[in-house]
Design a protein around this ligand. Structure first.
Ligand code: SF4
Length: 360
């Protein structure tokens, strides 16, 4: 898929014109007629950029071990109630090579921050998939060493998903997000400078988050060398310090998706399964607000319920649910994979990527 948009003022990846749009606090919390207008503008921007096609990726969750302790996540290391698992490389390879849905063009390999799983499962799995399939390969594995990033890249992964989660350094620390915000941002810049297509993201509706806090995330995302960005609604996780906190306001969540789309019409913005925990028709609302990537969960049944980012009653996006949601929104699965799309439409390098490795 080539970008639909073209404009002589283009200076961003995939030919989209530089936009002057930046959201306001009021827009991020709006509802009613102004919200409708915001979402319609975002949908129009998505169609102008990508037509009616959405990317279809599958995810496999390969380990729920995690050395981090984020307050907002059920897989935090202090959760002693959770049965930990590492999936089997052979089982995943067999399923992805021979039994994946026909619509899937890319695979995302995801885990808690677990370098053991990276070595024992992820690297061999990427090598196998690279040898046996034409799937594009994304990974979401947390903050690792530059050496491990390079091994993953050499094996054949091209997209790194690493969310900054919280765009305020003090809140980032208070919620025990991985390392420090500064360190996380250095890793994002390092990955981009080393040739990865980097997708980041943030959480909407965290306990105590104000509209100004939410807006901080946009300022940060705007200045990072990203190819995509996500909005995850806060969902109180079992066995976390936030277990009794209220879930994200769905308006804040979907307004943030729409604002991201207007901020960067060229970005890949995923519809995340947690949208369905934020609102009954959340997945479709996300697609209507500007999301253009859907994910089918292919984690083996016997371990899927232990991958508890939020709670055990996850809303699993099966192939049927994903394709139904796309069809209901009059969208169509892209035949071009996401990794191939990025190859055809490389992200523009930002000025601040000169030698980020030196700072890690
Ligand atoms: S959000 Fe990621 S890094 Fe933090 S505890 Fe959960 S799996 Fe670990």
């Amino acid at each position: 898929m080539k970008c639909v948009a073209s404009n002589p003022r283009a200076n961003l990846n995939c030919g989209v014109a530089a936009q002057d749009y930046f959201p306001t606090e009021a827009e991020l919390i709006t509802n009613g007629a102004t919200q409708k207008n915001l979402h319609e503008r975002a949908a129009a921007a998505t169609r102008a950029q990508f037509g009616r096609e959405v990317f279809v990726r599958a995810v496999v969750e390969v380990s729920n071990f995690c050395r981090e302790n984020c307050f907002y996540c059920g897989m935090r290391r202090d959760n002693r109630e959770l049965k930990r698992f590492r999936a089997l490389h052979e089982q995943l390879a067999e399923m992805l090579i021979h039994h994946r849905p026909a619509s899937v063009t890319d695979i995302n390999i995801q885990a808690g921050e677990d370098p053991v799983a990276v070595r024992e499962i992820v690297l061999p799995l990427i090598e196998t998939l690279r040898r046996e399939t034409t799937l594009g390969i994304s990974v979401c594995l947390g903050t690792l060493t530059p050496e491990l990033y390079r091994e993953l890249q050499s094996a054949g992964a091209t997209i790194y998903i690493i969310k900054f989660e919280i765009g305020d350094a003090a809140q980032y620390e208070n919620f025990a997000a991985p390392g420090t915000l500064a360190e996380r941002l250095r890793h994002i810049r390092l990955l981009a400078a080393d040739g990865w297509n980097v997708s980041s993201g943030f959480i909407a509706g965290l306990p105590g988050q104000t509209p100004r806090d939410l807006l901080n995330n946009f300022e940060l995302a705007r200045d990072l060398p990203l190819s995509g960005c996500s909005v995850s609604p806060f969902i109180p996780g079992n066995e976390t310090p936030f277990a009794t906190a209220p879930a994200a306001n769905s308006d804040w969540t979907f307004n943030s998706v729409a604002a991201l789309r207007l901020l960067r019409p060229d970005w890949i913005i995923p519809a995340v399964s947690a949208f369905n925990l934020a609102a009954a028709d959340g997945y479709r609302r996300g697609l209507r607000a500007g999301a253009n990537l859907v994910t089918i969960n292919l984690t083996p049944d016997e371990v899927r319920s232990d991958y508890v980012i939020y709670k055990r009653d996850r809303f699993i996006m099966t192939e049927e649910r994903v394709l139904d949601a796309i069809a209901a929104e009059n969208l169509t699965p892209s035949k071009t994979g996401l990794a191939d799309f990025y190859l055809e439409n490389p992200a523009k390098k930002s000025k601040d990527e000169k030698n980020p490795a030196a700072t890690i």
